[in-house]
Design a protein around this ligand. Sequence first.
Ligand code: DAS
Length: 362
Amino acid sequence: MFRPKRRLMLAAGAALFLASAGVNAQAPAVAPGLANVVILATGGTIAGTGASSTTTVGYTAATVGVQSLIKAVPELAKVANVTGEQVFQIASENMSNEHWLTLAKRVNVLLAQPNVDGIVITHGTDTLEETAYFLDLVVKSRKPVVLVGAMRPSTALSADGPINLYNSVLLAASPEAVGKGVLVAMNDQIQAAREVTKTNTSTLDSFRTPELGMLGYIQGSKPFFYRQSTRKHTVDTEFDISSVISLPMVEIVYGYANVGPVAVDAFVAAGAKGIIHAGVGDGSLAAKVVPALKAARQKGAIVVRASRVGQGILARNGEANDDELDFVAADTLNPQKARILLMLALTKTSSTREIQRMFYTY
Ligand code: DAS
């Protein structure tokens, strides 16, 4: 992005400024001409260890530190000037709203620095798609942010972490990734944060965008983009979490044969400001659940109709009269991502009309 000499001066100047400001800015060892990429490590299988090289399930996630992850892939130095920060060390099933706010604020501080050209976030695969979408909505930079995980622990035969990390760093260092929104790089594929989802409990090809399609490939140390998301993201969103200290409570209820109202009632009693209904089919509402959802709405909670199916458009006024019920339709977001958008929407408005606009925009 900048000419090497200017980059060198910028890097030195920025590091000096930030050091004097007491900001934790590890000035990267700068190789002229290479982009500066910061790896923010949060844990997960990519940092996991197993009892033996054939242990691919039943291992311990979040044990290997970021510097060890970087040292294990010396080839990183050929594609970027890399520095690392250990933001958390957790299995991602334990990721929380508070973790997301801390991570997003750190990303925005780093990307505002002229000596940072891109960020890679190493993350557990279980909630990787959620963190990616949250960041897609709140990162305020066009610089690349790439999330990466692994389906096998670092100690396994043919562990996928090292090549996934290498691909993610080269993607975060590439001009092609600028302005594309938050990306996920796994299994030599480039996915968009909004649509990617984990589709298999253990295989290397688990991260997919089943119908709308991945954005491209990484091959021979180069990224190849073939499409990009049509939905707004990063600098084009209306969400700003810089002064947000907590996110509204939004919970998900699951639809299935013989479902009853207990879960909805319990979440509302616990103070939920939003309910995502992961319904069967096109978001159908079982007759036994409708009164509880209506009561939730009357108490001020926002109800979003999503689908457990995983693909397709959740049609407004399709399986339920959303206009009459004053509910919101999730469009193509899966329930866990609809929860994220509703949480952020509730930091801006409680108008269902405005929230429905947001579900058609992001
Ligand atoms: N428990 C899983 C997680 O941290 C391990 C992994 O797949 O990364 O998401």
